[in-house]
Design a protein around this ligand. Structure first.
Ligand code: ATP
Length: 242
């Protein structure tokens, strides 16, 4: 059996102590296969962001284990975890988090430069080509639309050819046309560039771009759908009381 890009075993995350404790995640087991696009959905407060953060090594579970490939990341010291995130994981956030003083091109390769790695020029060129930023690479973020800025952020997430890309509500701040462009890019990154993408979203239309949609309810994995339509996702959300 091939090793999943990431997996969680018996992961629980508690916030607070004693009677006031909230289980944001309650004994979750999940495996994220390589070369697939997975969406995580669920009602507000169901644990989506917590699951993404724990899988991505941005947050530690209270108990259970998280693996990136073969590496058990829950027991890593902070410094190693920071290096692992930098070297092996790509991130896309709702707010684009670009550096305003740098051009799009400089933003895209910045994490690689910080890591002291030389960008693979052919790979970066193929990403820039796929994301459709050709004429705007010398622009600064303030000279770009929100959709263009998020595509720069997506290109940055993929520039290091990460083992997995985690996207936390990447279309949350975008209009519907820009959302579609970003989602098409993520879909192409999976289909043509063999990338692995995991995305938290509230939007059934966004989730319908994924191969697999996981539904969380009260910190547990409630269900999943494979290659669903937006209507399927919406129906499922309603059945979960979202
Ligand atoms: N830092 C924190 N301290 C205390 N409780 C927290 C913290 N972060 C999350 N929680 C709680 O954990 C539960 C899950 O939160 P989480 O943000 O993962 O849900 P979500 O599904 O991403 O929600 P939303 O869709 O509203 O973003 C919620 O009950 C939330 O209030």
């Amino acid at each position: 059996m091939t090793v999943p890009a990431a997996h969680a075993v018996g992961v629980t995350k508690l916030y607070g102590v004693g009677e006031a404790a909230v289980a944001a995640l309650d004994d979750v087991d999940v495996a994220l296969e390589r070369g697939r696009f997975t969406a995580i959905m669920g009602p507000s407060g169901s644990g989506k962001s917590t699951l993404l953060h724990v899988l991505a090594g941005l947050d530690r579970p209270t108990s259970g284990q998280v693996f990136l490939g073969d590496t058990e990341i829950t027991s890593l010291r902070d410094k190693r975890l920071t290096e692992l995130r930098r070297d092996r994981i790509g991130f896309i956030f709702q707010s684009f988090n670009l550096l305003p003083t740098m051009t799009a091109a400089e933003n895209i390769v910045l994490p690689l430069r910080i890591a002291g790695r030389r960008p693979d020029a052919d790979w970066v060129a193929s990403i820039v080509d796929t994301v459709g930023l050709g004429g705007r690479l010398e622009h600064r973020p303030s000279q770009l639309s929100g959709g263009q800025q998020q595509r720069v952020a997506a290109a940055r997430a993929l520039a290091s050819r990460p083992e997995i890309v985690f996207a936390d509500e990447p279309t949350g701040a975008l209009d519907s046309r820009s959302s579609t462009e970003l989602l098409r890019f993520l879909r192409t990154a999976v289909d043509e560039l063999a990338q692995t993408v995991v995305m938290v979203t509230h939007d059934p239309k966004a989730a319908a771009y994924a191969d697999r949609v996981l539904f969380l309810a009260d910190g547990r994995l409630a269900d999943e759908l494979h290659a669903p339509s937006a209507e399927d996702v919406l129906d499922h959300m309603k059945s979960l009381g979202a």
